[in-house]
Design a protein. Structure first.
Length: 515
């Protein structure tokens, strides 16, 4: 009897598996689908493609792994207790000030922090024992500690901490000394520049090229491919920053060659100017920590008073790793160059604001250029989960997930940013964005979505951005459209190869450079 039942069960299982294979296809039988913009290994890509090269994002442009440093000192050597009751703010700041350039251990414990902690020296690392073991607790919002009132674009009084600032502030600056000016207009995709002088330039230098707006807003109009929407309130705030390394100098021609193609055109009316890309703060890290804020109800948009975790500004080649952020107004404001934020988890026990069903304002803001957010997990909803804004470009969000993510493009011409290999979860608000009226369309040119999974089909909102954008490997209600206008390849993201465009571009570049 048992033998007969066993044979019958096996037969049923084989039949079910056969039906499943016919209905859904075998994973082994599925053929990978390639985008016409990339091909199988990048053979269809060119530097002038509407698809930018995003491979320079992240810590040291993805060319080095994140450091694994050993602790030099401990916050407990400076009086930190970590009992969840004592105020450890002064001990933390003393440790930071006395240990610039060192790795500072935060041993297991719960540390109460009531003041903003400031990091202003390179190679300073705050290193916890893990986000569930080394926990920083914040009981008072930043605006009560250091009032910073402002107003929205409509004049509503609110705290500036609603969209900026963090309890740990890593602050650097970039040199303002001009090294040269570009003296000849150059096209996007080129790698050579004619400059006013090469006397202060050397092969191997990392340079920061900036473009500034004109009185008639020609730069904004260019970045939006002449489809900017209303820009009456944008003024002269559109800008471009591009960082590259010098590979060759021809002194007699005042000509330099860069190691990457230009992300935009260069026109002389935009005053193209070259500075050093070095920052006063580099190689700083925050890792292995939990950030916990009170589980007070979230009252909604622009009510935030500054329960914010981390803010980086003016930094380069820094990292955030293995962090858990609980009950935050905002999580991370990242305004710098070549910073990696990886393994970041967002959670909340706050009462949800009913209109937007959110528990906070901004999750991660990717300001600046060529920053990488990867391996993230949004277990709660913010008004704006991942934000790009104010000319930010070359930033990448990759290999993450959320319960119902949105990719907030916050006007001010954010361009050439990539979102790839991400699971939106429910997928009800992929394009939900803010930023204010008459500040340009939410997104500017070369914005790219690649390999995006979601429970719901996606449709591209009208007037959200110009047609010069890309949506590849997104389950969509939109028909395929390649060539001029919007580029849409509604490929099943699970069949799209590569699904992580950033990783594919990085591997291809590093392989070529190693030859």
């Amino acid at each position: 009897m048992c033998s007969w039942l066993g044979r019958w069960t096996l037969l049923v299982l084989l039949l079910v598996c056969s039906m499943h294979s016919v209905a859904f296809g075998n994973d082994k039988d599925r053929k990978p689908v390639h985008s016409q913009l990339w091909g199988q290994t990048g053979e269809q890509w060119t530097p002038t493609s509407r698809l930018p090269d995003f491979s320079y994002a992240g810590y040291h442009r993805g060319e080095r792994p994140l450091p694994n440093t050993k602790a030099d000192v401990s916050v407990k050597e400076f009086g930190a207790v970590g009992d969840g009751k004592s105020d450890d703010s002064e001990a933390f700041q003393k440790a930071i000030d006395a240990s610039g350039g060192k790795t500072i251990a935060v041993p297991p414990g719960a540390y109460v922090i009531t003041k903003m902690l400031s990091v202003k020296q390179s190679s300073t690392v705050l290193q916890g024992a893990g986000p569930d073991r080394s926990i920083l607790r914040f009981v008072t919002p930043l605006n009560d500690i250091k009032p910073n009132w402002g107003a929205t674009t409509t004049g509503r009084r609110t705290s500036n901490y609603s969209w900026s600032g963090g309890f740990i502030a890593v602050s650097g600056s970039f040199p303002r000394k001009k090294l040269a000016e570009v003296t000849k207009a150059t096209k996007r995709g080129d790698t050579s520049l004619i400059v006013s002088s090469v006397k202060q330039l050397n092969v191997g230098d990392s340079l920061r090229l900036t473009l500034s707006e004109t009185h008639d807003q020609s730069l904004a109009k260019y970045l939006y491919s002449n489809d900017s929407g209303k820009i009456d309130k944008l003024g002269n705030r559109a800008s471009v920053t591009f960082v590259a390394r010098v590979t060759a100098i021809e002194k007699e021609l005042n000509k330099i060659t860069l190691d990457r193609p230009l992300r935009t055109d260069i026109q002389l009316r935009w005053k193209p100017t070259i500075y050093s890309a070095r920052s006063s703060v580099e190689e700083a890290g925050i890792e292995g920590l939990g950030f916990e804020f009170p589980p007070i109800p979230y009252e909604g948009h622009f009510t935030e008073l500054g329960f914010n975790a981390i803010a980086l500004s003016g930094t380069r080649n820094c990292w955030l790793r293995n962090l858990r952020i609980l009950n935050a107004d905002s999580g991370i404001f990242l305004h710098g160059i070549n910073t990696t934020a990886e393994n970041i988890v967002f959670e909340s026990q706050r009462k949800v604001e009913p209109k937007r069903k959110a528990t906070g304002h901004h999750g991660v803001t990717l300001g600046g250029q060529d920053n990488l957010l990867t391996s993230f997990d949004f277990r709660t909803r913010f008004m704006h989960d991942i934000t790009v804004t104010r000319g930010s470009a070359g930033n990448v969000a990759a290999s993450g997930r959320g319960i119902d993510l949105c990719f907030d493009h916050h006007c001010h011409a954010p361009h050439a940013n990539l979102f790839t290999s991400i699971d939106l979860g429910k997928g009800s608000r992929m394009f939900q964005s803010g930023g204010g009226a008459a500040l340009g369309r939410h997104a500017a040119s070369w914005t790219t979505f690649w390999g995006i999974q979601s429970a719901k089909l996606q449709s591209w909102p009208k007037d959200w951005g110009p047609d010069q954008m890309n949506m590849v490997g997104v389950k969509s209600t939109e028909p395929a459209s390649v060539g001029q206008g919007r580029w849409i390849e509604p490929i099943n993201p699970q069949e799209l190869t590569p699904m992580n465009l950033y990783q594919a571009q990085l591997e291809r570049r590093l392989a070529k450079e190693s030859k």
